[in-house]
Design a protein around this ligand. Structure first.
Ligand code: NAD
Length: 540
């Protein structure tokens, strides 16, 4: 373990779990001044704070100031003032700032990675995925800003005489409520298109990973976004999250399906829009003609990236009879050989779970499955020797519907493998349940795999890849069908959700009523002739 590795973020001082509040020999893992430079951004007047701890070694990380409902009101007031000026800036100006953010994120990646790892306990390689995703998102939206936001000409009802333009008007202030699992990208990726479209943002990141989100806010300001345009509040979702919904013009939520339903109801009460990126029980299909080696390698990343705490990670693997034994043998061998570790260093292929709650869920799902007859093909144990919340990457066989992990999201490093004989049956089983976030299909026959993909009720499907091909292709929409969500991030949909479309039609000469003493009946006859003519001319 390298809990004492020096960090560009200023720490760590030591790697012990003692609380410096009560033990003079103990110290925080990060320099207190550095932490204060970040937490100072939280809008908070309560004088209350909440201690966070690192999953790497249990050591205290920071006291996070808590926001009251009045603080949320103040955050919105500041954001609204900033938004009025921001909406008048040019698209080119905003896009140039996004491009600077791209460079800044790459330049400051060591600091970002250190914070992500300290707060989440994940492997450094998985923290790097977050840097990558923000750089990709910033570049994509900067380069395509005009394509999404420029006023567009549309055909008017009367050719030549009706001129129609559609404007993209910013919603105003967007509320973003984000989870802890990808703390850097989840805090920022949905906000970048919101800012580009001329909005301000008030965000409530998850309590466990607040510093990473605050570093994101600092980088936005350093890139050139006005400081007040991006407000951060902190506190329990049930209180601070709901206060955000009371004030926002639009809400972007990422988190569990249960919370997503509460958010949707609260937004409906106010008749404001929302996008919901929720949970999944994502399937992978390994078809009979799959490259088994490649599929096994893909399954390792699919199931165990970020210790399975990834919305798009695979928890159900359906494998064709013809390749089942070879695949499972290869997948299990590869899983058992994985390098595990809770450390700031590069190297481990999997890091820690984030919290005791997550560990409890994983242990409960595996114990329940084993008690009801499932077989552990790899892993299956907590590893306190590696970290307080560490759990081995685990493969289960013989999972049946009465087991909790059959249909419920574990959100941990546990995958169930099932054999199938018939592809139609595999698709039906993949579509079983209420979720529909992400799927993966392995086959050497591209057209057939894409045909199967079309039958799977998921918002993204990756062929010969786990999840990264769709997630990193920012030009394509990403989100869930069914109980995995509403709306999409990324692509045009990911930015248009933050705008109101406004149609402006300018009418010349013609009026839409009888003229020159024409009776209503004659007017209708003239209009009928016009409609028939326009149809003949092929007009839409
Ligand atoms: P969660 O729903 O408990 O919390 C997510 C966020 O919502 C946190 O910031 C939390 O403080 C806040 N919150 C909680 N209750 C709230 C309430 N009543 N009102 C307003 N805000 C509230 O989810 P979690 O356990 O932190 O995250 C894991 C879940 O998120 C998993 O189900 C995972 O699949 C999902 N997730 C989905 C995506 C996606 O893109 N689809 C991405 C990451 C995580």
């Amino acid at each position: 373990m390298s809990a004492s590795t020096p960090s560009p973020a200023g720490g760590p001082l030591v790697g012990g779990p003692a609380d410096p509040e009560h033990d003079p020999t103990a110290a925080y893992v990060l320099e207190p001044d550095y932490v204060a430079s970040l937490t100072g951004r939280i809008v908070s007047t309560t004088g209350e704070s909440k201690q966070s701890h690192s999953p790497i070694n249990g050591a205290p990380v920071a006291h996070i100031p808590q926001s009251s409902e009045d603080d949320v009101v103040e955050a919105f007031a500041r954001a609204r003032r900033a938004q009025l000026a921001w909406a008048r800036t040019s698209i080119d100006h905003r896009a140039a700032i996004l491009m600077r953010l791209h460079d800044l994120v790459l330049d400051r990646q060591e600091e970002i990675l250190d914070l992500v790892v300290w707060e989440s306990g994940k492997a450094r390689r998985h923290a790097y995925d977050e840097v990558l995703h923000i750089a990709l998102t910033a570049r994509y939206y900067a380069r395509t800003a005009h394509q999404h936001l420029d006023t567009q000409r549309k055909s008017g009802v009367v050719p030549v005489l009706t001129r129609v333009e559609v404007n993209r008007v910013p919603k105003g202030v967007v509320g973003i409520i984000s989870p802890w699992n990808y703390p850097f990208t989840m805090a920022l990726c949905d906000g970048l298109p919101a800012l580009l479209a001329g909005n301000a943002v008030v965000t409530k990141p998850d309590a466990q990973t607040m510093l990473t989100a605050l570093l994101g806010a600092q980088l936005l300001e350093e890139a050139g976004f006005p400081k007040d345009l991006w407000q951060v509040v902190a506190g329990p979702g049930s209180r601070v999250g709901m206060s955000i919904i009371d004030k926002a013009d639009y809400v972007c939520f990422t988190g569990s399906t249960a919370t997503g339903k509460l958010i949707a109801k609260a937004c409906a009460e106010r008749l404001i829009g929302c996008s919901l990126e929720l949970g999944g029980k994502n399937p992978m299909l390994v078809l009979r003609d799959a490259d088994v080696e490649r599929a096994a390698e893909g399954a390792v990343r699919a199931a165990f990236s970020n210790a399975g705490q990834l919305c798009v990670s695979i928890e159900r693997l359906f494998v064709a009879d013809q390749v089942y034994d070879r695949f499972v043998e290869r997948f299990a061998a590869r899983t058992e050989a994985m390098a595990l570790g809770a450390t700031l260093e590069w190297g481990p292929e999997m890091g820690s779970l984030i919290s005791q709650d997550q560990l409890d869920t994983v242990v409960a799902h595996v114990e329940d499955a084993v008690a009801k007859g499932a077989r552990v093909r790899a892993g299956g144990r907590a590893r306190p020797d590696l970290g307080p919340y560490f759990y081995e990457p685990t493969i289960l066989e013989g999972v049946t519907p009465e087991m909790t992990c059959f249909g419920n999201e574990t959100f941990g490093p546990v995958v169930s493998v099932y054999r199938f004989h018939d592809e139609a049956d595999a698709v039906a089983r993949a579509n079983d349940g209420e979720y529909g976030l992400n799927a993966s299909v392995y086959s050497q026959d591209g057209p057939r795999a894409r045909e199967i993909a079309r039958q799977i009720k998921c918002g993204t499907v990756n062929v010969n890849e786990a999840f990264a091909a769709t997630f990193a292709s920012i030009d394509s929409p990403m989100g869930g069908m069914r109980e995995s969500g509403m709306g999409r991030r990324q692509g045009s949909e990911g930015i248009h959700r933050y705008t109101e479309s406004q149609s402006v039609a300018t009418q010349r000469l013609l009026r839409f009523s009888p003229v020159l003493g024409l009776s209503d009946k004659s007017y209708a006859t003239v209009m009928n002739a016009n409609l028939r003519l326009l149809k003949k001319l092929g007009r839409a």
